[in-house]
Design a binder for this molecule. Sequence first.
Ligand code: NAD
Ligand code: UFG
Length: 344
Amino acid sequence: MATVLVTGGTGYIGSHTVVELQGEGHEVVVIDNLSNSEREVLEGIASITGKMPFFEEVDLRNRKATYGVFEKYPRIEAIIHFAAFKAVGESVEKPLTYYENNLLSLIHLLEAMNRYGVHHFLFSSSCTVYGEPDRLPVTEDAPVKKASSPYGNTKQISEEILRDAMVPSPQLRVISLRYFNPIGAHPSAMIGELPLGIPNNLVPFITQTAIGIRDQLNVFGDDYNTPDGTAIRDYINVVDLAWAHVTAIDRLLQGKQRSPYEVFNLGTGKGLSVFEIIHAFEKATGVKVRYRVTGRREGDVEQVWADTGYANRELGWKAERGIGETLLSAWNWEKHLQSKKTGR
Ligand code: NAD
Ligand code: UFG
């Protein structure tokens, strides 16, 4: 079992991954600056696993503070790098903030790896790198398209930085995981997604509408070239996604890679439309979602879903949870947040 540094470990995907890593016996050190998460998440993690991860409130833009973590935990063997800003719309408003945060954090970690002799790195990338793919389902060798937002561009540039950084550091071993659309929450409802303000993403908007925080959901366009006219995505349960990280860490640490830099799609292999998600939510929870169709959202692709064959074969991993179970977990998490707010 290894000591794994998880950056962004109090965030949405990071917290679920910490739970799965601890469940496998790994020791976890979390770095987070709490810019998009709360310290309380650590208690949620510990209530599930019975174990508090080590926590360092550090901003990865601060090189010295980042090095300090490696000094304090010399046994770190691998890094999972989740920490980043991720709001597509905000990145258009504040491009430099996004480039600074997402790229500088990565660079500081790579510098620290050189300095402290850490060789295994797992990177959170995104299917956004494929843009509007020419062929579906999309495979890992599909061309990377021009990014439609500064956020998307930070993922593309980060993948390039990783490839370049490996040239003079032949011991470096890297896996980039391209997530499709992570949704849902831990079945215990002790951790989940914590959107700040009005959610950008579909599922948190649905759960907030269903519970009465929002009046209605805006469906962004029903005139796409898809069977029901709404856009199609590959929605993956966050616990399934978290588990993929455990398999990828094992692959890195056990030297099972086919090449020093690898890329995997993490999705279900199945595309669902916005209307299908609304109906699946209503079926799973028995709660109606008020919605209206509005215009398309700028920058949205029409349809994208993953070819997961490579991840299935090489990582021995497969998304297992169905859409009903996943949406129910998102709903239970929303109810948990509500009961915390109202004290009932
Ligand atoms: P999140 O915002 O919930 O978690 C990211 C965490 O990183 C937050 O806790 C935040 O406080 C922390 N952080 C940000 N900048 C930091 C810095 N400079 N120093 C230290 N901590 C910092 O996001 P998430 O949904 O869990 O996403 C995790 C990763 O996965 C991100 O890199 C994101 O771009 C990527 N990703 C997410 C999605 C998605 O739909 N959620 C899809 C594709 C890729
Ligand atoms: N949608 C609505 N109404 C909403 C929110 C979303 O109709 O209120 C629609 C969108 O138009 C899209 C689908 O629901 O068709 C999914 O939208 P999300 O915002 O949940 O997800 P995206 O596919 O747009 O974006 C996600 C991540 C990004 C990442 C991108 C590609 O949020 O970080 O996947 O990886 F870049």
